[in-house]
Design a binder for this molecule. Structure first.
Ligand code: HEM
Length: 416
């Protein structure tokens, strides 16, 4: 059998990714009528994959590794150096176990309680305030929630600046020039601050709650029984703080869905847990967040007659897989009901990655994200009255991450 992998012609298509964003891979899958094609990005040959079968391949840890897969630029802002995302094999599994230990029922219940408390306080503060921009309010609220849950102090004096610093890490991945440089510095400053906290914990000068992220990560021992060096531990704490604050993007999309799909929203007034869950899952499937993921081929292999040479950068299309008409009936319709009979496959619904949490790189924060979104949804539908004034809610599939330009303005907020 002759191998033939569709290939995008031309020298480099990095600009295509910048121009087409979330749709760069799906557009080419559509025109080649395939689930795999080759292209060139950032000066190297790249294989793009999409769909359930491809996701299963991508998460085969014998075939792909993560070391040196993410672009350097993203390492300096979004991910940080030496963190969980860049590890492979037993080192990855050992550190991943530590992350998963933070997701016990007890810790998740604690997060829910903290989240509810902060929504209560926010609702109180918003009442009678006129207008709010939900995205900005959510970032502040999520910073307080993340800090309380993770055992981190939230600096009172420069709180707004602190929120900006953390947010710049996930708002900047495709930014250039000054905005990018600022984000790089923000990461350095945050890591330095956290290194100081870790030193205080280890010196017995600070006592975070037992089982909190600051406690667990400060005292985590690697496979050689050594504590993590304080820089790596700081990167892992940012790996908790940054994405919890990034749930703000999903809170924004939850509010947008509540507004855009009133026929779906009315079903939620009963507070039915299953229907709330389905709505939140559909928000995570429908709206854009993480576009695609990088890995590198570990050893030469072939799949469906396509050759994968060792070292080749390979991208798995998350957004496209979540909208693949092979698995999703009318993928561009917002239909929470579709989750009533979803198979639960770890490979077709992958907004936060796929596969196994412990063995692979699937997002350890997925359960937390769903829990936090459910609290937000309950407030937006059942606990708050508000109006949505005329504004520009037209989020684009080009900017990564995608945030509605108005930041979702709500008006005349009152308790229901
Ligand atoms: C990994 C998305 C929230 C912590 C990932 C991955 C994605 C993702 C796509 C990569 C999976 C892979 O490499 O195969 C998201 C989205 C979130 C979110 C869209 C919504 C805001 C969270 C939260 C946490 C978190 C709340 C807090 C613990 C991590 C970590 C990894 C990760 C530490 C690396 C896992 C590994 O390499 O094994 N996330 N995530 N994320 N996420 Fe999340």
């Amino acid at each position: 059998n002759q191998s033939w992998t569709p290939k995008e012609k031309g020298f480099d298509h990095t600009l295509g990714v910048m121009r087409e964003g979330y749709m760069y891979i799906p557009n080419r899958m559509q025109s080649f009528q395939t689930d795999i094609f080759k292209t060139r990005l950032l000066g190297e040959q790249v294989i793009c994959l999409s769909g359930k079968e491809a996701a299963e391949l991508f998460y085969d840890i014998d075939k792909f590794k993560r070391h040196k897969a993410a672009p350097k630029k993203a390492m300096k802002t979004l991910f940080g150096q030496g963190g969980l995302q860049t590890l492979d094999g037993v080192k990855h599994q050992h550190r991943k176990e530590m992350f998963m230990s933070l997701m016990s029922n007890e810790r998740l219940n604690k997060l829910k309680a903290i989240t509810e408390k902060h929504w209560e306080q926010a609702l109180h503060a918003w009442t009678g305030k006129g207008k709010i921009q939900l995205y900005d309010e959510a970032k502040e609220m999520m910073t307080r929630i993340a800090s309380e849950w993770a055992g981190l102090p939230a600096p009172d004096d420069k709180f707004e600046e602190h929120v900006k610093k953390v947010s710049s890490l996930f708002e900047s991945p495709t930014k250039l020039g000054l905005k990018y440089k600022k984000a790089v510095n923000h990461r350095k400053e945050l890591e330095q601050w956290i290194r100081g906290l870790i030193t205080q914990v280890r010196d017995g000068k600070m006592h975070p709650e037992t089982g909190s992220a600051l406690d667990v990560i400060s005292w985590h021992r690697d496979l050689n029984e050594n504590l993590l060096d304080s820089q790596t531990a700081a990167v892992e704490i940012v790996n908790i703080l940054r994405p919890i604050v990034a749930i703000s993007i999903y809170i924004n999309f939850t509010a947008l869905a509540v507004y855009q799909f009133p026929n779906e929203t009315v079903k939620l007034v009963s507070g039915n847990e299953q229907l709330m869950q389905q709505f939140v899952q559909e928000v995570r499937r429908f709206y854009p967040f993480f576009p695609f993921l990088p890995a590198r081929v570990k050893q030469d292999f072939t799949w469906k007659n396509h050759t994968f040479p060792k070292g080749t950068l390979t991208l798995l299309d998350l957004y496209g897989t979540n909208h693949d008409p092979k698995y999703w009936d009318n993928p561009n319709l917002f239909k929470p009901d579709r989750f009533a009979d979803w198979s639960g496959s770890p490979f077709d619904f992958i907004p936060q990655g796929g596969g196994d949490y412990w063995m692979g790189h699937r997002c350890p924060g997925e359960w937390m994200t769903v829990d936090v979104m459910k609290v937000a949804l309950d407030y937006l539908v059942n606990k708050m009255d508000y109006t949505v004034p005329k504004q520009d809610l037209s989020y684009r599939l080009v900017h990564m991450p995608s945030i509605p330009p108005s930041h979702v303005i709500l008006e005349n907020i009152q308790r229901k």
